[in-house]
Design a protein around this ligand. Structure first.
Ligand code: GLU
Length: 302
């Protein structure tokens, strides 16, 4: 059953920094269920722009895990590392609008110059704008930053389908942010906005750890003339110490060879329960048949 009038295109956009685990499965499941509940498409995009964090073979492992769990994507999988021409074009557009500047500051200098900021800005660890009006003599450009308007403050608000209304003062809480990094890699914020725009994504469903990136992304969408998708940020799974589950915090990886019944019991049903779906099913097929309408009921009461 289609709930919205416009065609729905959703996506799951994992960084290939390790295998799928319960935390990333929850994000994948939520975006998959939301797409299917809307009768929409579900794309998978591997976000491998950060060459330092990529783990060899993690992309294949993630894709195999998704299929093993019964989450089949639509169309071809895309890899951000093959899309740099799009990021270049967006950068040119932002430069033409006078919204970008080269920054020559090292981390150390940024930390030292925090002293010139208000307490709130310093606490948020924001860039003090040292290079906004030109590189100091003798400095070389390292990163590229996007100018965030100073006066009036740039405040971006949006309605999140899970968290409700969210707003952030980009001027005070973020500052001029990096869109191309000193190590030459494209920043996540730019790449994700360009790709979501190019792939006509209408709905972004992902973990709440990205809630405070969303206003930056909406600001970039506006500068690039891209439509604003709908957002739904699902709570993040944490371990017993309250840390977001990740490879670093000891999340247990998926065994792609595990029997379907085991996957169902150990991974799929717990992930679904975390999302508020208390379902019983003996097979993967039965699970998805029950989960799609259950999600529809939960997130879009008719
Ligand atoms: N690649 C990001 C991650 O794995 C997710 C990006 C997104 O969904 O916007 O955390």
């Amino acid at each position: 059953m289609t709930v919205s009038a416009s065609p729905y295109i959703g996506r799951f956009a994992p960084s290939p920094t390790g295998p799928l685990h319960l935390g990333s499965l929850v994000a994948a499941m939520a975006s998959y269920l939301d797409a299917r509940a809307h009768g929409g498409q579900w794309l998978v995009r591997i976000e491998d722009v950060d060459g330092d964090r990529n783990v060899d073979g993690a992309d294949r492992h993630i894709l195999a895990s998704l299929q093993r769990c019964g989450m089949q994507w639509d169309g071809d999988v895309t890899w951000q590392s093959q899309r740099t021409a799009l990021y270049e074009a967006a950068l040119r557009q932002l430069e033409a609008a006078g919204a970008v500047y080269p920054c020559g500051c090292s981390r150390r200098e940024i930390a030292d110059s925090q002293l010139t900021l208000s307490a709130r800005q310093a606490q948020a660890n924001i860039y003090p704008g040292t290079c906004r009006h030109g590189l100091a003599p003798g400095k070389t450009a390292r990163a590229l930053r996007l100018k965030v308007p100073q006066s009036p403050h740039c405040v971006i608000g949006f309605e999140d389908r899970w968290a409700g209304y969210v707003s952030q003062d980009l001027t005070d809480d973020v500052g001029d942010f990096v869109i191309k990094r000193a190590d030459g890699y494209w920043a996540y914020q730019l790449a994700v906005v360009v790709d979501d725009g190019a792939q006509h994504i209408t709905d972004i469903v992902r973990g709440a750890d990205l809630l405070d990136s969303t206003p930056r992304q909406i600001y970039l969408q506006r500068l690039l003339g891209l439509p604003q998708p709908r957002y739904l940020h699902v709570p993040v799974v944490v371990n017993e110490r309250g840390e977001k589950l990740s490879k670093q915090t000891g999340a247990q990886a998926f065994d792609t060879g595990a029997a379907p019944e085991l996957l169902l019991r150990e991974a799929i049903l717990p992930a679904a329960r975390f999302l508020g779906l208390d379902l019983r099913a003996d097979t993967l097929d039965a699970f998805w048949r029950a989960a799609v309408p259950a999600w529809q009921q939960l997130r879009h009461p008719a």
